[in-house]
Design a protein around this ligand. Structure first.
Ligand code: FAD
Length: 399
């Protein structure tokens, strides 16, 4: 069994560490902060399978959503997974057309989604303000889910530790060890860690790890503001994910509501500027507060859609940094320039962690390439456009 160093204890590092430890590998996780210190605790974290293109990538996400359930059975219950319907609408004819086209495509792929009359909003999401919906049609995904990503990450890390993984927090990797061309370990806080494989799960900082090893990754850092409300009283709690033109809302533990807004995110400094918090090993958003005007705007947009938020406060806002590969698709595997360094980084990582963790662990243990990962190698020439529709949505090109 190989000795494997996993860099980063976010949802992807936790997933591959859990799978490796379960298979009997000798695993050490090295994390600058604590569990889920990075993007995995500043995320919207819904199942985004419905936004995925092309088909093979949709299928990978769909399989991962199933694996969330299977993992739940292995770990004593998927208490991080919360099935709720997702209700979506647009305002302009163009937005509505994108949503309709997507629904048609999804139905062709066997994905359950239905059209509904806007009058149904009162039943689907009591509390949603009917005046906030000017559409002539809603699209409803009955089998959507949101995930409690920090809890999921902790569940995976706990199981990995039970299965023998050595998990070290508060250790920042600052250099790599080599033997000839091959990466054979890392340096962290003056200590040396050696292994057969080093797995780069540093999320938005994965490019820096690749650079330490003399490589590069086609990876963008895309900041996003994540708001969380104070608790809503029983009877007023949100029971659906609402995907609207200005703001997306989802339930959160204890009757809170989490919000993100693509229009607000478009006003954040690009390239993760001002979001370098993970350099200090802390959680994004805790040290550097985003512009309070953007925070207020996020809350205002949420209140306009979901009436019970009008009597709630914004309890906290975090600045997350999305690790977004140039063509939108995951980067998984070992690049030719950096043998010994295995990359595992993606946007939509909360959705994808179960399947990517499993496939990556299998490759690391068996040294046999997984055909399901062939399209995602870090060495590929990125497509000229963005292939993943969820990334197009993020850049404002889709509803
Ligand atoms: C606003 C927003 C909304 C999102 N919405 C969704 C969604 O709806 N659905 C979905 O599936 N995904 C969503 N995502 C994306 C998803 O959250 C990420 O893809 C996922 O959390 C990335 O996990 P990770 O483990 O790769 O990275 P991280 O969680 O960032 O973990 C990387 C870890 O590496 C550590 N690290 C970094 N550098 C070093 C170093 N030198 N030494 C040691 N440790 C280091 C960091 O401290 C960190 O803990 C969203 C993200 C954002 C920001």
């Amino acid at each position: 069994m190989p000795r494997v160093l996993v860099l980063g204890a976010g949802v992807l590092g936790a997933s591959v560490a859990q799978q490796l430890a379960a298979a009997g590998a000798d695993v050490t996780v090295i994390e600058a902060g604590g569990p889920a210190a990075g993007t995995s605790s500043a995320t919207f974290s819904i199942d985004v399978t419905h936004l995925k293109t092309p088909y093979a990538y949709y299928e990978l996400n769909r399989r991962s959503a199933e694996l969330h359930l299977e993992l739940g059975a292995e770990l004593g219950g998927a208490d991080w997974r919360h099935p709720v319907p997702l209700v979506q609408w647009g305002h302009t004819e163009q937005e509505q057309q994108i949503i309709r086209d997507r629904a048609e495509r999804l139905r062709g792929w066997g994905h359950a989604c239905a059209s509904a009359d806007p009058a149904e909003l009162v039943r689907l999401a009591p509390g949603a303000d009917p005046d906030a919906c000017r559409a002539d049609e809603l699209v409803v995904h009955e089998h959507a889910s949101w995930y409690d990503a920090p809890l999921f990450t902790r569940r995976l890390l706990d199981r990995a530790a039970m299965d023998g993984a050595d998990i070290r927090y508060g250790l920042r990797v600052t250099g790599v060890l080599r033997s000839g061309d091959r990466v054979t370990g890392v340096r962290a806080e003056g200590r040396r860690f050696e292994a057969d494989w080093v797995v780069n799960c540093a999320g938005p900082d994965a490019g820096r790890i690749a650079q330490l090893a003399g490589g590069a990754l086609p990876l963008n850092r895309v900041p996003g503001l994540v708001g969380e409300s104070t608790r809503l009283p029983e009877g007023q709690r949100l029971g659906a994910i609402l995907a609207t033109p200005g703001v997306d809302l989802r339930p959160a533990p204890d009757g809170r509501v989490v919000s993100i807004s693509w229009p607000v995110d478009a006003l954040l400094p690009t390239d993760g500027a001002g979001t370098e918090d993970t350099d200090q090993g802390g959680a994004p958003g805790e040290r550097r507060r985003p512009d309070p005007a953007l925070e207020r705007e996020l809350h205002r947009l949420g209140r306009a859609v979901y009436a019970p938020l009008r009597t709630a406060e914004m309890a906290g806002v975090r600045l997350g940094v999305r690790p977004v590969p140039a063509d939108g698709l995951p980067l998984v595997g070992c690049a030719e320039a950096t043998p010994g360094l295995y990359t595992l980084v993606t946007h939509s990582g909360v959705t994808l962690a179960p399947v990517l963790g499993r496939l990556a662990a299998r490759e690391l243990i068996t040294s046999r390439p997984a055909p399901e990962l062939a399209a995602y190698r870090p060495d590929r020439t990125p497509a000229s456009g963005v292939l993943d529709e969820s990334v197009q949505v993020m850049s404002g090109a889709g509803a």
